[in-house]
Design a protein around this ligand. Structure first.
Ligand SMILES: Cc1cc2nc3c(=O)[nH]c(=O)nc-3n(C[C@H](O)[C@H](O)[C@H](O)COP(=O)(O)OP(=O)(O)OC[C@H]3O[C@@H](n4cnc5c(N)ncnc54)[C@H](O)[C@@H]3O)c2cc1C
Length: 366
């Protein structure tokens, strides 16, 4: 039996970030990944680094994490592009919600400002006519998540971590884990298996929320900012069985990513034709010129979703050596680095930079 200071199960962006932080802190780390590094939800993501202001705990973790992402702005593997986020307001009612949003972001230390219709169309001339204005968060960015996950795993390995690729964790034991080839690793374990969390930790509720994305051919300069409708949070934070919202991202290649949709517990990754239609109709209502572009691919991915929308970050109660980092829904790329740092502080007995209580797995275990 091998013994490690930490065995990280799952090498999506969350496990990869945790492994990198743990190996960097001098721990002897093992990484177990049954599929492709960054090949799960991480590969399906848009890679938008964004702060949403609706839930104070989510905002705190996102803010913390966004600051850590800045260190990777020049890293080729991150494919970092600071395009900013432009939230589009359709009418005066939506404009009226902006000052409160700016105040909540400012209280967290993030900069955003309102823009009028003239400035909106100066920045994004292709938007449909009649929009009222918007809110610009200029420091926000996009990255390429699967490549970043591979980079973080490689960094962990440079610092001594051992990668067990193609191996599946099948059971947690008290203070260890058993793999599908019957080998056993002793020592603390961190479960970072996203939507598959319940296979190893059945007591923590987790639902899969399917999302679909369309990517176009290359049209450099057509869209300059990550564009979202101000009502996006209703889809992201709501509990509707299915919903769509306008969300378009310019990739550094000139391609446009078009989203987004949410569907609970479909149990498959098939494209949902009717929902795809309504997602595109929503996008065309904001950016009519999208109708004339060539789409080259559509894919789906699953967001790991907890009952309150906040990730589980911490030790399982009564199992001091079993840690969990999962359930980041649609913000796992944004929150990965902060989640890893927070967990490392908890594991090493250091005071975390932000309050860890809102993410404690114990909150759902009455
Ligand atoms: C359509 C879509 C768009 C998104 N856009 C954004 C965005 O713009 N910005 C943002 O911040 N977030 C976004 N997200 C959310 C983000 O992708 C997820 O929150 C994040 O990728 C979750 O990462 P993870 O590491 O927890 O899960 P995963 O990436 O799924 O990684 C889990 C890994 O664990 C492995 N695994 C599972 N079980 C086992 C086992 N028993 N043994 C070994 N390995 C195992 C899997 O193979 C997988 O590689 C989006 C998600 C979707 C679906």
């Amino acid at each position: 039996m091998k013994t490690y200071d930490l065995t990280v199960i799952g090498a999506g962006i969350i496990g990869a970030a945790c492994a990198e932080a743990a190996a960097g802190a001098g721990l002897r780390v093992a990484i177990i990944e049954s599929g492709v590094i960054g090949g799960g939800s991480t590969a399906a993501a848009m890679g938008h680094l964004v702060a949403m202001d609706e839930d104070p705990a989510e905002l705190a973790l996102s803010t913390y994490s966004l600051r850590l992402w800045d260190a990777y702005a020049e890293l080729p593997e991150a494919e970092f592009s600071r395009c900013g986020t432009l939230w589009v307001a359709r009418d005066e009612r939506e404009m009226a919600s902006i000052p409160a949003k700016i105040a909540r972001l400012a209280a967290a230390g993030l900069q955003a400002h309102a823009i009028d219709a003239k400035e909106l169309y100066r920045r994004e001339p292709e938007l449909a006519s009649g929009m009222a204005g918007g809110m610009l968060a200029p420091a926000e960015a996009v990255v390429y998540p699967p490549r970043m996950a591979r980079y973080l795993v490689a960094r962990a390995c440079e610092n001594g971590a051992q990668l067990f690729a193609g191996r599946r964790a099948v059971a947690l034991t008290d203070g260890g884990v058993t793999l599908d080839d019957s080998s056993r690793f002793a020592g603390p374990v961190l479960v970072a298996t996203g939507c598959a969390l319940q296979e190893l930790v059945p007591e923590l509720p987790m639902r899969s929320r399917k999302g679909q994305l369309v990517i176009t051919d290359r049209y450099p300069g057509l869209v300059r900012h990550q564009l979202l409708e101000l009502g996006y949070a209703d889809s992201a934070h709501g509990n509707a069985d299915s919903s769509v919202a306008f969300n378009v991202q310019p990739r550094p290649t000139g391609q446009l990513l078009i989203g987004s949709s949410r569907e609970f517990d479909k149990g498959d990754r098939n494209i949902s034709g009717a929902l795809l239609r309504s997602m595109l109709d929503r996008a065309f209502a904001f950016l009519p010129m999208l109708r004339d572009l060539q789409a080259i691919r559509v894919w789906t991915g699953l967001r790991p979703t907890t009952p309150d929308g906040r990730p589980y970050l911490g030790a399982l109660p009564h199992h001091r050596h079993t840690w969990v980092a999962a359930g980041h829904e649609g913000l796992g790329i944004t929150m990965a680095l902060g989640s890893a740092r927070l967990l490392m502080d908890l594991m090493l007995g250091r005071a975390p930079a932000i309050d860890a209580n809102p993410y404690a797995p114990a909150r759902v275990l009455a």
